[in-house]
Design a protein around this ligand. Sequence first.
Ligand SMILES: C[S@@+](CC[C@H](N)C(=O)[O-])C[C@H]1O[C@@H](n2cnc3c(N)ncnc32)[C@H](O)[C@@H]1O
Length: 322
Amino acid sequence: MYVLEFAGEDDPFSAAEARAAATDVEILAPGLGRAESVSPDRARGLAFTRRVSEAVGTSAGDPEAAASVLKSASISRSGSVAVRARDIRGTAGIDTQQAERRLGQVLVDRGFAVDLSNPDHTLVALFADDLAVLGWEVLTARRDYGRQPTDRPFFQPGSMDPRLARAVLNLAGVGPADRVLDPMCGTGGLLIEAGRLGGVPIGFDAQAKMVHGTRRNLQAALDGPFLVGRGDATALPLPDDSIDAVVFDAPYGRQSKIATHGLEQLVRGALTEARRVSSRAVVVADRAYDQLVREAGWTLRERHDRRVHRSLTRFVHVLEPR
Ligand SMILES: C[S@@+](CC[C@H](N)C(=O)[O-])C[C@H]1O[C@@H](n2cnc3c(N)ncnc32)[C@H](O)[C@@H]1O
């Protein structure tokens, strides 16, 4: 079993994203998940999982209980060790330094040398609520998402936060060499993350200035190939089933310019086109589009409602074929 340390505050969202990289993901306690198996390459690209460890054991949420689990745990490692304890979101109310010393002592008693600056193995001790989970650190996430939208060559208000964009690509199951389409790419925020995950970004936008801007942003952010052109999301110049995953951030009623359609018609048309060219999609919007999703031939696998601020909630729809 593996233990996942989630980032952010929305554990169901983090767990859903982690399913791109791990099997049988479940929430264990606030900020903590478990998984049966993990794909390290995929897990390093997660936005809302910060670290993955191989579980050693669980106990009640106090250092003494964790120490007694560690005393009897089977350990097939050798070399130097360090212990890193966390009181996740302050839910356990323990002294993490004291926990590190106590658990370090157990490892010393078992014959390990402690090396805090460059250990061969790091034992993580995660305390959340009344649970403690011990594990050997396997990997930490790269956190290599693109620059903040305001720091890119081309910026427009309403651009998506790169971390959320990364999570959207992971929810869409994007991996290396996948053709990833954003049919209304705006400034290219989703396409940058698609490229960073090794996918091939393909973007369209109805406005010429967005097309030029996205090209500049992709050139600055990526080494690999991409394709961006002017086009209508409701009538794409692409063959059926030619795309591995579609992602888009629908215009918000009050902000973006809507080219030729009313908002509903635009989203309906874009969803229908997405289904024609692909069988995977994640759609972000400022409202729930459950019914339109169904009418366009998709099943809504899950929806995550993420509050951005008082007057904006982003609805993240994860779609699969009906
Ligand atoms: C909410 S923005 C996308 C924001 C983008 N995710 C970003 O981070 O910059 C929506 C985009 O849809 C484009 N758009 C509107 N109607 C369209 C259509 N029919 N076909 C293609 N693009 C369209 C707009 O020009 C706008 O750039």
